[in-house]
Design a protein around this ligand. Structure first.
Ligand SMILES: [Zn+2]
Length: 304
């Protein structure tokens, strides 16, 4: 049986939040089977829960913000991406501000923390969302789609008209049966254009941004003195974002996702479109020996 997963022991992180610029503490706590991923705002007079599900997404301006009963948590996508990669189904995340810390701008610090806490198998079948029919959403020249695929595969194309992007690959296809998310994707950092920075600051965004947590793209070069972590770090980060946004479906997906100039908004529209098309997908579990789990998820058979 492939079992639901939580973490073994409580673990903590602390850091600056990208947009609000405040210092934020988060505490990860084990949660019972079928709880899902639930943020808990502990800075309010009454602690308030915000379930990390696609239908709670309200704002997608440069981050993914979830809101429940008027209480929000923003920039959840990199953490959700780490949780998807580790297949963690159930977790409480106590947070003392309205925004998840940005850490180094990637998912790697969250992966490391959660791996260090250890994974607990929970004795209850893990539910996967298996794509049965294609679902596609479009907005102008941007689009995103799901297709049936016995595994988990992501293809992504970015298209930035900028000298720096002409010299590097703006397209990537990753099949997670042969590619490790932790090694090949989790370290890809968020990025921003210096030319847009002042505009963002004026709108109250990117207050916590620095070269420690983002790749700064100047007119002709990257300002971070150590350069890039992957040759195609930009498109890899968009894949990291997509994996996080899709995990708001509440389960790991058995299927293929492709995005063309997609972002948080379009990823959420796709997730909602899927949920609204019940004949396009089904829940599957692996609780007997007859069905074999796709290779992309073979790592979920055991804890680590
Ligand atoms: Zn991102």
């Amino acid at each position: 049986m492939i079992e639901q997963r939580t973490i073994k022991t409580l673990t903590k992180a602390k850091g600056i939040s990208l947009h609000s610029g405040v210092c934020t503490d988060i505490i990860f706590r084990p949660a019972a089977p079928n709880t899902g991923i639930v943020f808990r705002r502990v800075d309010l007079e009454e602690p308030a829960d915000v379930p990390a599900i696609a239908t709670n997404v309200q704002d997608t301006t440069l981050n993914t913000t979830i809101v429940h009963d008027g209480v929000g948590v923003s920039t959840v996508e990199h953490l959700m991406s780490a949780l998807s990669a580790l297949g963690i189904d159930n977790l409480y995340i106590d947070i003392n501000s309205a925004e998840v810390p940005i850490m180094d701008g990637s998912a790697a610090p969250f992966v490391f923390l959660l791996q260090s806490a250890g994974v607990e198998l929970q004795g209850v079948p893990k539910k996967f969302i298996r794509i049965k029919k294609s679902v596609c959403v479009k907005d102008g020249d941007r689009w995103a789609k799901f297709d049936p695929f016995e595994g988990f595969r992501i293809a992504f194309t970015i298209d930035f008209d900028h000298p720096l992007f002409q010299s590097q690959s703006q397209h990537a296809v990753l099949d997670f049966s042969s590619t490790s998310f932790v090694k090949e994707v989790s370290r890809a950092r968020t990025f921003g254009f210096l030319s847009e920075f002042e505009y963002l600051r004026e709108r109250g965004l990117a207050k916590g941004a620095s070269l420690d947590n983002a790749i700064a793209v100047g007119d002709y070069r990257i300002l971070n003195k150590d350069g890039l972590r992957y040759a195609d770090e930009f498109v890899k980060h968009k894949i990291l974002d997509a994996v996080g946004d899709l995990y708001l479906l509440g389960s790991n997906v058995i299927g293929s996702y492709e995005g063309f100039k997609s972002g948080h908004a379009m990823n959420n529209i796709l997730a909602r479109e899927l949920l609204n098309s019940p004949d396009s997908w089904e829940y599957v579990t692996y609780n007997d020996d007859e069905k074999t789990v796709p290779k992309s998820y073979a790592g979920l058979v055991t804890a680590f």
